[in-house]
Design a protein around this ligand. Structure first.
Ligand code: AMP
Ligand code: ZN
Length: 469
């Protein structure tokens, strides 16, 4: 089998990827901050990670994926304080919503979803290591900062050395306790607002709370070991978040933190990054309310390469809706067929290799989708020919299952589809009985009823066929 290749942000190249132990990919993906509903931009990134884990399993590896839930940070504390709540009261409902939305989009469960607030001791231990080895320092107010000029590798991931990185720049007024304006907080001393919202813990440096970057380093290393195979996230996390994760982790362990870094590009709406701040967000709840199947959004996302920006426009989802409908119709046809032709098996095998070649080459989902649609056209033609080759049909069904096991694009039959179909079948049986009894007036009136509900019927030698719309 061809090698599995991924674009590694560390080297800015597409490279062969393989887990260190040859078996299990230890993958860390930065998760949501659970203080409001995740938007479709966030879910573009989570879908890219879902595609990644499914592709890796198809390749033959196991996946151990950790996705953190950020349940303590400035925004959460601000919201809790404004509502006179604790941070847990703020984050609990949004954590539940995140999982509900994720399931709606058929995003597989990660193996672990650790919460920051449940890993405070691990984070304190990491900070202590850094203080002890001199890469971190305690400021007068009991906050702890990481000294970026004491870690030689700082800036490598984001190629910051090529930008302006001013070591020893004049400190800004609100950062009076830092030695260097670029230093970042590992631990923040508690303010009254933190105490009031349950966002303060005891530490060797007094009451305080963890900085954002710290949680990912501590939880990634706890569940995946000191060197991960792969770390993923959206492109905006490269700097400072991932740069800081590398600095903290590597300064503590002396080992590479992640062997490969992968970043997904943004989802835009009408040309602007989808972001809460911009006020242009759409959510999974919006999709659900409009009766748009999760498969539709999956198709829309996979139809662009993860390293290209993707623009959500007014009619984008309608196109994806038509595409998944076609896939659903094909899935049903393939399941109900009774035989195929040798050419059907050949088309299936071509589709399988084209699909895998595309997917394993830096997750080229648009090409993988093209392989699926070529297969659908070719297979439909062969099924029209009405062959009787059972093994050929089985092969086509197997390949379709392989492909859909990764893309997961067959739309669910909706309640109304199921209800309609039950009603139509009942009416067709009544019409058949009326015709058998030569009651043609009744038969015609039933046909009119069906037409009135948008159902087209066709009497063929093998019985009456129908379709909606
Ligand atoms: P947050 O909850 O803001 O920490 O974001 C969770 C994930 O969504 C991160 O991996 C971000 O990089 C990603 N993300 C945020 N906005 C977008 C966007 N417009 N398109 C794609 N990914 C995004
Ligand atoms: Zn992170």
């Amino acid at each position: 089998m061809s090698e599995f290749r991924l674009y590694n942000t560390l080297t800015r190249r597409v490279e062969p990827f393989t887990p260190a132990d040859g078996r299990t990919v230890r993958l860390y993906a930065c998760g949501p901050t659970v203080y409001n509903p995740a938007h479709l931009g966030n879910f573009r990134t989570f879908l890219f990670e879902d595609l990644m884990r499914r592709a890796m399993r198809l390749y033959g590896w196991e996946v151990m994926q950790v996705m953190n839930l950020t349940d303590v940070d400035d925004k959460i504390i601000r919201k809790a304080a404004a509502n006179a709540q604790t941070i847990t009261q703020v984050t609990e409902p949004f954590t539940e919503l995140f999982h509900r939305d994720r399931r709606y989009l058929r995003i597989e469960d990660a193996e672990v979803y650790p919460k920051a607030t449940e890993h405070i001791p691990e984070m304190i231990a990491l900070v202590q290591t850094l203080v002890d080895n001199g890469t971190a320092y305690v400021s007068e107010d009991g906050s702890v900062y990481f000294a970026i000029d004491r870690f030689a590798g700082y800036g490598r991931l984001s190629q910051l050395d090529k930008r302006e990185i001013k070591s020893g720049a004049r400190v800004a007024q609100d950062e009076y306790s830092k030695e260097n304006a670029q230093d970042f907080a590992l631990w923040k001393s508690a303010k009254p607002e933190d105490e009031a919202t349950g966002a303060a813990w005891d530490s060797p440096w007094g009451r305080g709370r963890p900085g954002w970057h710290l949680e990912c380093s501590a939880m990634a290393m706890k569940y995946l070991g000191e060197t991960l195979d792969l770390h993923a996230g959206g492109i905006d996390l490269i700097f400072p978040h991932h740069e800081d994760e590398i600095a903290q982790s590597e300064a503590a362990t002396g080992k590479p933190f992640a062997r490969c870094w992968c970043h997904g590009e943004f989802l835009l709406t009408d040309g602007a990054k989808m972001a809460k701040r911009v006020g242009n967000v759409a959510t999974v709840v919006d999709l659900r309310e409009q009766g748009i199947d999760g498969a539709v959004y999956r198709h829309f996302v996979f139809n662009a390469h993860y390293r290209k920006q993707l623009n959500l426009l007014g009619d984008s989802l309608a196109q994806s809706q038509a595409a998944v409908r076609r896939i659903g119709t094909f899935a049903r046809r393939l399941a109900e067929a009774t035989g195929g032709t040798p050419a059907l098996a050949a088309a299936a095998q071509r589709a399988e290799s084209a699909f895998k070649a595309a997917l394993f080459d830096d997750l080229n989902a648009p090409e993988a989708l093209a392989a699926l649609f070529t297969f659908i056209s070719e297979a439909n033609r062969e099924l029209d020919a009405g062959g009787t080759d059972g093994a050929a049909l089985t092969e086509a069904q197997r390949v379709f299952a392989v492909i859909d096991g990764v893309l997961d694009l067959v739309p669910a039959e909706t309640e109304t589809d199921a209800e309609l179909s039950t009603w139509v079948e009942e009416r067709l049986a009544a019409r058949k009985a009326a015709r058998a009894a030569r009651d043609f007036a009744e038969a015609d009136s039933i046909r009119a009823e069906l037409v009135a509900r948008g159902v087209t019927i066709e009497d063929t030698a093998s019985g009456t066929k129908w379709r909606a719309g």
